[in-house]
Design a protein around this ligand. Structure first.
Ligand SMILES: Cc1cc2nc3c(=O)[nH]c(=O)nc-3n(C[C@H](O)[C@H](O)[C@H](O)COP(=O)(O)O)c2cc1C
Length: 390
């Protein structure tokens, strides 16, 4: 079973991830992970924090001489900004300073509920962990999973479909077209014209002390038929992917394939007809987004996630100071105006982890060699269907 844990506060010493269940014998170096960390920090509309941090991973364990050992892989991303927070985020009791407590919960954040639930005297005790800085650790984990899936020719791409009311007309683009175009875009948007309008919208929001959300899309190609299962609710891959994406900070909706649009169409316009080229089974369209009955069909996985606008506003909303019960203005942490581009990178990482987890469940082995053997035998069985039926 592939699993991971993360730890770390936004302005603490650093972020840690432990990935358990990776097979041995896979090559892995920090440079396999760092480009994804850099991509997460990019995007027009990011705040000052991204200028301070330039994330680099340190692989602390689970790898020897550039190869995984099958033991837990521990990853560390140091927070460069910690130098400015050493006493404010210190673990030592002698640094305690109640005068710096944040007392004005921001609407749309974990601030108030976390304060009440964890019974804390300072909102910083909540916002430091609720912050999307944690997604740097998730992106590092996703990069390790990308490396595993690449061994089986599985590839992914993510891109920005909309920001605010500006929608990029990208429905008809192929995987390769999206990959090339998003790489050339500051916003990870595959339509240059829409990108320009999105930048104007971000500038306007910034000028007005406001913020913007948007929609991101993740595609995965090269998947075998049958990851996930129809037999039980918690084995369905569509459900697992939705959970994985929904758990990303500020994601408020997840779609697979046609998603919500399918509810407005006749069945005849939704369901993908089945065909074959003689050896493999195909779908004549991919409205299902590569999943039927909670299992991969072999078509590209197509997932979309909706991100709400950033909740820390430079023109803050009204709130209540929960200590005095008096009206107040929400606190203004340093913040992004729009982080949809970063959310696309995080969504891709979350997808890669969940797909890798399903992959390990199906083809699991202690070594990469054993996994490849299991994978090849299964692919052969699918190719030769209906031979060798029981
Ligand atoms: C990549 C990324 C960057 C984010 N940056 C910010 C930010 O700078 N300021 C902010 O208020 N929220 C930011 N968020 C969103 C908050 O972390 C999130 O809204 C908050 O923790 C409350 O969680 P919820 O929206 O899931 O309920 C970001 C989210 C992501 C995915």
């Amino acid at each position: 079973m592939l699993r991971f844990l993360t730890a770390g506060e936004s302005h603490g010493r650093g972020l840690v991830a432990i990935v358990e269940g990776m097979p041995s014998g896979m090559s892995l170096i920090a440079e396999d992970i760092n480009p994804d960390l850099k991509a997460r920090q990019g995007g027009y509309g990011r705040g000052g924090r991204m200028k301070i941090e330039s994330d680099q991973v340190q692989i602390l364990s689970g790898v020897r001489w550039g190869q995984t050992l099958g033991s837990p892989i521990a990853l560390l991303i140091e927070n460069k900004d910690f130098a400015n927070w050493e006493t404010k985020m210190s673990v030592h009791p002698e640094h305690r300073d109640p005068t710096i407590a944040i007392q004005e919960p921001r609407p749309g954040h974990a601030d108030l509920v976390g304060l009440l639930k964890y019974n804390r005297p300072d909102i910083r005790d909540i916002l430091e962990r609720a912050s999307a800085r944690e997604t740097a650790a998730r992106v590092a984990v996703g990069a390790v999973c990308r490396k595993l899936l690449q061994q089986f020719s599985i590839e992914s791409v993510s891109h920005v479909v909309s920001i605010g009311t500006v929608v990029a007309p990208v429905q008809s683009l192929t995987f390769e077209e999206i990959r090339a175009r998003q790489a050339a875009s500051d916003l990870k948007c595959a339509d240059p014209k829409a990108e320009m309008t999105m930048k104007v919208a971000i500038d306007l929001a910034k000028h007005e002390g406001d913020s913007l959300g948007g929609v991101v899309e993740v595609r995965v190609k090269g998947l075998p038929v049958g990851l996930g299962s129809h037999v039980h609710w918690d084995r369905k891959l569509d459900g697992k992917l939705a959970q994985s994406l929904m758990s990303i900070q500020a994601i408020k909706g997840v779609e697979i394939g046609l998603g919500f649009q399918s509810a407005f169409l006749d069945g005849s316009k939704v369901h993908d007809e089945i065909s074959t080229d003689g050896s493999v089974f195909l779908r004549l369209s991919n409205n299902a987004g590569g999943l039927e009955g909670g299992m991969t069909t072999g078509e590209d996985l197509v997932l979309r996630a909706a991100m709400k606008p950033i909740a820390t506003l430079q023109r803050p909303k009204k709130t209540i100071n929960p200590f005095t019960k008096q009206p107040a203005s929400a606190s203004t942490e340093r913040s992004d105006v729009c982080a949809v581009t970063a959310a696309a990178v995080v969504a891709e990482a979350a997808t890669l982890f969940t797909v890798a987890q399903a992959f390990c469940e199906k083809f699991g082995g202690d070594s990469l060699k054993e996994m490849k053997r299991n994978f090849d035998l299964y692919c052969e069985q699918i190719r030769h269907f209906p031979e060798d039926l029981p």
